[in-house]
Design a protein around this ligand. Sequence first.
Ligand code: NDP
Length: 305
Amino acid sequence: MTATLIDGAAVASSLVRRIAALTSDFTATTGRKPGLSVCIVGDDAASGVYVRAKEKRAGEAGFDSRVIRKDAALSQAELLQSVEALNADESVDGILVQLPLPKGLQERAVIEAIDPHKDVDGFHTENSGKLLCGIADGFVPCTPFGCLHLLRHHFARQGESLAGKRALVLGRSNIVGKPMALLLLAEHATLSIAHSRTRDLPALCREAEVLVAAVGRANFVQGDWIREGAVVIDVGINRDQNQNQGRLVGDVDFPEAKKKAAAITPVPGGVGPMTIAMLLWNTLVSAHRRSGLPPPCLEAEEEKN
Ligand code: NDP
């Protein structure tokens, strides 16, 4: 078997075009653009790349996109003041503080300081709690939200759904693994979660009809761990130190896994572009709610793809 590629870049571009059309309607109705403010502290190279990509996409979608750059020597109190200023700014619908923060700054305190109604990253405990309880008016973290969108897109094309499928999430971080697991559960998948203490991981992987890998280790998931006909979502973004001058690779050994899987996301061009598209989606939803308008419906937009 040679896997079909799940083309995250193409799915994301299509969704961003839909977001741009909805933004144009929103702006015509309200006389303002959805506002997204990204705060970046210090000069982490990878964060700089992400923030530039977000800025470009937000511009394409017709947003009022702002990047606030702060020196790494910024104090916790100064960062909290900046967040407060964004909370109070009526033109800002979405606030994102780029992680990781430089040493000495407490990420959790900063996340909790963001107005949950503007927390388009979905990391505030109020939004995590809503996801856990199945309350629909929160914000879902962008990376697992993007993975879910890709899975729904893939299964819809097959005339199938996630319901009843055996799904394995590899990783249990607050930003990827745990919310991903909750989203799969909400789609009625039969769920397992694996982590660094899991015993006999290859055997567990071989049971999975849907495998989402979010481990942060280059080429960690071996080809012979993949169940024949599985759908594989590779969240990992790693530098392969062994070959090709540190090119970007995922958590899955892509050349081997694609011989077994029915469908797989590439790295790059899989989950990464979807993360940014979902950030724009969350911001558009926030702008509608804050303007007293009914938010757009993602399922309806998915059907138009
Ligand atoms: P974390 O480091 O926070 O979490 C990694 C998880 O993998 C942990 O739960 C850890 O288990 C588990 N793990 C580590 N080693 C093993 C092992 N040997 N066996 C089994 N499980 C293991 O990473 P993130 O969740 O933040 O990110 C995961 C990957 O996704 C990274 O490559 C990151 O760059 C990428 N990423 C990509 C994004 C995108 O837009 N495409 C966005 C965000 C992240 P334990 O809890 O026991 O330590």
